[in-house]
Ligand binder design. Structure first.
Ligand SMILES: C[S@@+](CC[C@H](N)C(=O)[O-])C[C@H]1O[C@@H](n2cnc3c(N)ncnc32)[C@H](O)[C@@H]1O
Length: 302
């Protein structure tokens, strides 16, 4: 198995520097969202994380590009990445309301409009803020490599990670039978064939994910929090990695921030390709990977 690699550089350079033999099975990108501010990390008690303020910790990265420039940069990153994707690979772009619409059009240009496989609405559960309309969700755009591959894109809808419990009323109304082990089930006959469905398997999860709070990644009280701004919860990435790749496959996150995708991919038996342009992101990621006992190397790009 090729080793895990981490590039301390811009995502566009990283995709070009990738060994020609490495193909990508799942790409997740969580870029800046177009806030127009500098984002800071919390590196010590008492420091503030996120948008710059008086108590801010060290600068993590600038989220300063105007939306058209941000989207143009994302288009270039996607152009570099699509050439490295394996057949059936999935590309995920995590955005929020500020630039997701422009980003969708830019991704349609790169992959083809027909390659748009769907989107996940993730509700981080932070509650509404401010007096006006409040955005309480983010959007993850999903693309196949080409329109022809849209139907074959890897997304394991039957994986337990993509299941949620049936509503209590549904369990009580429909799952009226119990087998020898005490498991509740229902049966349906379609075309003369009878299928059995167990309540404890749960129902397939739709496109709105509201069961993974951002809080676990963003508070110093929780053990996965690194203090890096906009760190995503490991459970969110776990679900994406389990649904969108197979064991032994290669997962890429070329804007890896604190390294969430990379630690999760390694834990789940995938190899990874990571990159970030921020020196702080690289040092946080490196420390996180070392703590998790994950081996990786910085490729020689000279
Ligand atoms: C929203 S954060 C990623 C957070 C990450 N998902 C996590 O869980 O920690 C965005 C990251 O994109 C990086 N970034 C921005 N532009 C980049 C570029 N052109 N190439 C590589 N990294 C970039 C920033 O340095 C920052 O770490």
């Amino acid at each position: 198995m090729t080793e895990n690699v981490l590039f301390a550089m811009d995502a566009r350079r990283a995709s070009a520097a990738l060994e020609p033999t490495i193909g990508l099975d799942l790409v997740y990108l969580d870029p800046p969202y177009g806030l127009g501010v500098e984002m800071n990390a919390r590196s010590a008690k008492g420091e503030a994380r996120g948008r710059r303020q008086t108590r801010s910790g060290p600068a993590a990265y600038a989220d300063a590009l105007p939306v058209p420039d941000l989207v143009a940069m994302l288009g270039e990153v996607a152009q570099g990445v699509v050439r490295r994707m394996n057949p059936g690979a999935l590309f995920c772009l995590h955005m929020d309301h500020r630039a997701v619409h422009e980003a969708k059009i830019a991704m349609d240009d790169v992959f083809g409009r027909g390659a748009f496989a769907g989107e996940i609405i993730w509700a981080p559960g932070n509650g509404a803020r401010g007096s006006g309309f409040s955005f309480t969700h983010q959007t993850i755009l999903l693309y196949a490599r080409t329109p022809a591959e849209r139907r074959d894109v890897r997304w394991r809808t039957d994986h337990p990670a993509l299941r949620e419990p049936y509503a209590k009323t549904s369990t009580e109304m429909h799952f009226r039978h119990e087998d020898e082990q005490g498991r509740r089930y229902r049966e349906r006959t379609v075309g003369g064939k009878t299928y059995r469905y167990y309540a404890d398997v749960g129902r397939r999860l739709g496109s709105v994910w509201s069961d993974i709070p951002a809080m676990v990644a963003n508070t110093p009280l929780m053990k996965e929090g690194t203090g890096y701004p906009t760190q995503k919860p490991e459970r969110l990435l776990e679900r994406i990695v389990l649904a969108g790749s197979d064991e032994g496959g290669t997962v890429a996150d070329l804007m890896c921030g604190s390294g969430t995708t990379l630690v999760v991919a390694a834990r789940l038996g995938r190899r990874f390709v990571g990159a970030d342009a921020s020196p702080l992101a690289i040092s946080v990621t490196e420390a996180r990977l070392r703590r998790a006992g994950v081996a990786f190397c910085y490729p020689d790009t000279t």
